[in-house]
Design a protein around this ligand. Structure first.
Ligand SMILES: Nc1ncnc2c1ncn2[C@@H]1O[C@H](COP(=O)(O)OP(=O)(O)O)[C@@H](O)[C@H]1O
Ligand SMILES: [Mg+2]
Length: 258
């Protein structure tokens, strides 16, 4: 049984003048437990809308979300979302440790257990030594590491990530991609990742769904079988990597101008 199933999901927004914007149309997919999957599509195509619908934060116009065989009608407790804007999602008045502990407090962990767990997650995302720092004392990449550690503290079955590295510089982004793959290999959490960056999707994923421009539909599903662990230099230099990138780019372009 898939851990997460999206069935014929569509979402339209009614604008003030009465016009409707169709963001996503008839999206269906199935995600197996432990997979790393991505949706890739151009900006404005409806990626955030899709993720918000899956997270139960916006009501779809038609279609269903099924988690562990059950249709969901509100935010499912076993799904956690990481946003692009980590600077807005972290608690400015809490230290790194306090931010990560928040996820554990929500799960009502005993305070000593929470402390130990939070420290081990901070270590796991590479922030050992920064436990008592505040978000504003950290670089963007470090802040996003805190946001990921906090999300993992909830022990989600599925981690939903909306362009989480979109506002980081290119080198930090590559580092965070590798950190995320390492965490995923260690924790075996299912990850649903959203990005407009074709190469990022290929580098990270087991499977990719390519989205067209708005109204967004699935253009294609691709299985990505580069061996793991992947490497920023050698994996990206493979001929097959370039082929996939060009193929996806053409797939998106053929379904409307970029
Ligand atoms: N709350 C909203 N109300 C009206 N229109 C919206 C709303 N959210 C998104 N949209 C529109 O839906 C389309 C898809 O947006 P979004 O899901 O944010 O795309 P992406 O994340 O791929 O950039 C855009 O045209 C956007 O303007
Ligand atoms: Mg978005």
């Amino acid at each position: 049984m898939p851990i997460l199933e999206v069935q014929r999901l569509s979402k339209s927004y009614r604008q003030l003048g009465g016009e409707t914007t169709v963001a996503i149309e008839n999206i269906s997919c199935q995600i197996e437990s432990g997979e790393f999957v991505s949706f890739v599509g151009p900006s404005g195509c409806g990626k955030t809308t899709l993720l918000m619908s899956i997270a139960g934060l916006t009501v779809p116009s038609t279609g269903k979300i099924i988690v562990n065989g059950r249709e969901v009608s509100g935010p499912p407790p076993n799904l956690v979302l990481v946003f692009q804007e980590f600077n807005k999602s972290l608690f400015a008045w809490r230290s790194v440790l306090g931010n990560v502990r928040f996820g554990l407090e929500a799960r009502r962990s005993r305070s000593r257990d929470a402390e130990i767990k939070a420290r081990s997650l901070i270590d796991l995302v590479g922030l050992k030594g920064f436990e008592n720092h505040y978000p504003w004392e950290l670089s963007g990449g470090m802040q996003q590491r805190v946001a990921i550690a906090r999300a993992l503290a909830y022990e989600p079955e599925v981690l939903l990530m909306d362009e989480p590295f979109g506002s980081l510089d290119a080198l930090t982004r590559l580092e965070l991609e590798d950190t995320l793959l390492r965490l995923w290999a260690e924790l075996r959490t299912t990850i649903l990742f959203i990005t407009h960056d074709i190469e990022e999707a290929i580098y990270l994923s087991d499977r990719i769904w390519v989205l067209s421009r708005r109204p967004s539909r699935i253009v294609e599903e691709l299985r990505i079988d580069f061996p793991r662990p992947r490497d920023q230099v050698t994996t990206r230099a493979e001929g097959r990597f370039m082929e996939l990138r060009n193929h996806i780019y053409q797939g998106i372009s053929n379904h409307g101008p970029l």
